[in-house]
Design a protein around this ligand. Structure first.
Ligand code: ADP
Ligand code: ADP
Ligand code: ZN
Length: 233
């Protein structure tokens, strides 16, 4: 999955586990890809893994599809199974950025067990603080390159050359079916009911950091880079 593997510009001395927490549209995926390119960390997006499972027609995909279309949360058992499989792949030893996981208290507890089995701990949980009202526009205008997955936005992040992917030169783009105004509301509600409580949970454990997710993409990337360097120093 790591398209940028081997091209990291800053080498880490030890593996890091970073968690990006935030509602749909907060910028988790955008920042995870930047951290992957810079530090060689591997982005683990449970949304991407679930979409791949749906496309492949696996049992997990069949269990997830309707829930995802409605903007609800896929059952913990399904998400945990695909995450466990992905974490077992050797490329994750360089360290991971969890993008969109955990999203429930049950997932957070299961993650601790998975990481401790690998001798790892959580380096930092980064809460991306944003205005809910702005998230509808973020999500509705989101699209990505059909070849390499690079994310774009109709207003906030256009390719340098219109219609051509900055990363791979691809000219085909796609828009997620669940990125519409109605489903976003359901996803925001699920976030507040089930995921936002994790902010206090991780604060209590002393691993929480917050960043202003309404800032410019580059400014947030610089802040996150500094956090990665601190937790791996
Ligand atoms: P998430 O993974 O948290 O759902 P994304 O990273 O996919 O969010 O970002 C949602 C949309 O907003 C994308 O179209 C992305 O290009 C855009 N975006 C991401 N970060 C910012 C930002 N700081 N300012 C403006 N737009 C952003
Ligand atoms: P976003 O960052 O925009 O919320 P994702 O790609 O992370 O979107 O997730 C898309 C959908 O996949 C979610 O609405 C949910 O149905 C499902 N999903 C992703 N990650 C999880 C998770 N950790 N637990 C439960 N459902 C998940
Ligand atoms: Zn591309």
């Amino acid at each position: 999955m790591s398209a940028m593997e081997g091209s990291a510009t800053d080498t880490l001395t030890r593996p890091a586990v970073l968690i990006l927490l935030g509602p749909p549209g907060a910028g988790k995926g955008t920042q995870a890809r930047l951290l992957e390119a810079r530090f060689g960390l591997v982005q683990l997006s449970t949304g991407d893994l679930l979409r791949a499972a749906v496309a492949a027609g696996t049992e997990a995909g069949k269990a997830a599809q309707a829930v995802m279309e409605a903007g609800g949360l896929v059952p913990d058992s399904v998400v945990l199974e695909i995450l466990r499989d992905r974490l077992a792949q050797p490329d994750t030893r360089a360290g991971v950025i969890l993008d969109g996981f955990p999203r429930t208290a049950g997932q957070a507890e299961a993650l601790d067990a998975l990481l401790s089995a690998q001798g790892l701990g959580i380096g930092a949980v980064i809460s991306m603080e944003v205005d809910d009202a702005a998230m509808v526009a973020r999500v509705a205008g989101r699209y990505s390159c059909a070849s390499c997955g690079e994310g774009y936005h109709e207003t906030f992040k256009l390719p340098r050359q219109s219609g051509v992917c900055d990363q791979c030169g691809g000219t085909a783009f796609k828009h997620r079916a669940d990125d519409n105004a109605e489903t976003v509301q359901a996803r925001l509600s699920a976030y507040h009911a089930q995921t936002a409580p994790l902010i206090a949970y991780y604060a209590g454990r002393g691993v929480l950091q917050t960043v202003d997710g309404m800032a410019a993409i580059d400014a947030i990337a610089a802040e996150l880079g500094a956090i990665v360097q601190t937790v791996t120093a």
